[in-house]
Ligand binder design. Structure first.
Ligand code: SF4
Length: 368
């Protein structure tokens, strides 16, 4: 698994020298430290380190996020989405998943780490406090991996401590790493959720370069669960390969050998999908990959997916397998159509709000 040890250069603005996140990175040994007077100097410094062969995923660039850090997941038009809330903590990732939509941004350079995340904590608190009857699910893993450098940034701990007094606030830290040790001793963690994206060992090997192995992820999840955290799991993207449905079901068995299913808050399922133009990008960036050789077809949102019957069969098999262990985790589909929801779960969700309502009442029943 790639870690902060793999970072070779650290770039920051002089005005941010005393920021606590920047300070902690400056204490790391063996890194090239580049302090820049202003944004222009930072851009030039980034070009320079790039020209000297330091790869995009080997350089951390500290920035203040200029926009709103806390917003609703945009979802996908015509699809039922779960109305998740997002906090932007960074952009880019230490890992190198073939299917990651960050591959759209191959021209941008560096692991951008936002250093003003604390600014959005008050907004999260006031949102949760002013609506105690509303469940909020908030995550930070939209444009990065929530825990890849978290032992150094300390953002996860801040989020957990901020959210802990509000039982209606489920902060989810989602990762493909095994970096949880630094979070295990936090006293009151409220309804914080430590979450892992899971895949079959074959697909992790083929398409999730630099991330933790399945075994490492499950060991970390076991440690989190034993420490009393709620956990969550995301089988997304599920990728077709020989015997894929059985192989994914085996991962569920491995999971529940280690993790108490009755302390799992939710599990999402989603099949591999991509927007037009993405196939060409990954064919160029990952020559020889087999991911794009399967047949996919455009859906109502313009994204390409496997045929509906294959998706429905896989989701049904997974939902049945999960429920053979427990009905506590809320099992849901990520960015699927109304008709797939109906065929898999026999439910009628006309809008994303319908799903959000069902999700919230399930969490209230099981965890509040
Ligand atoms: S771990 Fe997530 S953010 Fe990182 S490369 Fe993989 S899919 Fe992208």
């Amino acid at each position: 698994m790639r870690t902060v040890q793999d970072i070779r250069a650290i770039l920051y603005l002089s005005e941010d020298r005393d920021n606590p996140i920047v300070r902690r990175f400056l204490d790391l040994s063996g890194k090239e430290i580049i302090e820049c007077a202003d944004d222009g100097a930072m851009e030039k410094a980034a070009e320079d380190v790039k020209a000297r062969g330091i790869a995009s995923k080997e350089a951390v660039i500290f920035k203040k996020f200029p926009g709103r850090m806390f917003q609703k997941c945009p979802g996908s038009p015509g699809m039922i989405c779960c109305n998740y809330l997002l906090i932007n903590i960074g952009f880019n990732c230490l890992y190198n998943c073939t299917y990651c939509y960050l591959n759209y941004y191959l021209n941008s350079y560096g692991l951008v780490q936002f250093i003003n995340v604390e600014d959005s904590l008050g907004e999260i608190e006031s949102t949760a406090a002013s609506n105690p009857g509303t469940i909020y699910r908030v995550g930070s893993g939209e444009y990065t991996d929530s825990l890849m450098m978290d032992a150094i940034t300390g953002i996860g701990e801040s989020l957990i401590r901020t959210a802990a007094p509000y039982r209606n606030l489920f902060v989810e830290l989602k990762t493909k790493s095994s970096n949880v040790r630094h979070l295990l001793d936090i006293g009151d963690r409220g309804n914080a959720v430590l979450a892992w994206s899971l895949n079959t060992p074959e697909n992790i090997n083929l398409y999730e370069a630099g991330s933790a192995s399945l075994e490492e992820r499950l060991d970390a999840a076991e440690a989190a669960s034993r420490a009393g955290y709620l956990t969550a799991f995301h089988f997304d993207p599920m990728i077709i390969h020989d015997g894929w449905v059985d192989r994914y079901r085996e991962v569920v068995d491995l999971l529940f050998r280690k993790v108490n299913p009755d302390r799992v808050a939710w599990i999402s399922l989603g099949c591999f999908r991509y927007s037009p133009g993405f196939r060409e990008i990954i064919r160029e960036a990952f020559p020889g990959q087999a991911l794009t050789s399967a047949e996919l077809f455009p859906g109502p949102d313009g994204k390409y997916r496997y045929l509906k019957h294959a998706r429905v069969e896989a989701y049904r098999a997974m939902a049945e397998k999960i429920r053979s262990y427990s009905d506590v985790p809320f099992v849901y589909l990520c960015m699927e159509t109304e008709s797939v929801w109906r065929d898999v779960f026999n439910v009628e969700y006309k809008t994303s709000d319908d799903l959000e309502r069902a999700f919230s009442s399930h969490l209230k029943e099981k965890f509040l």
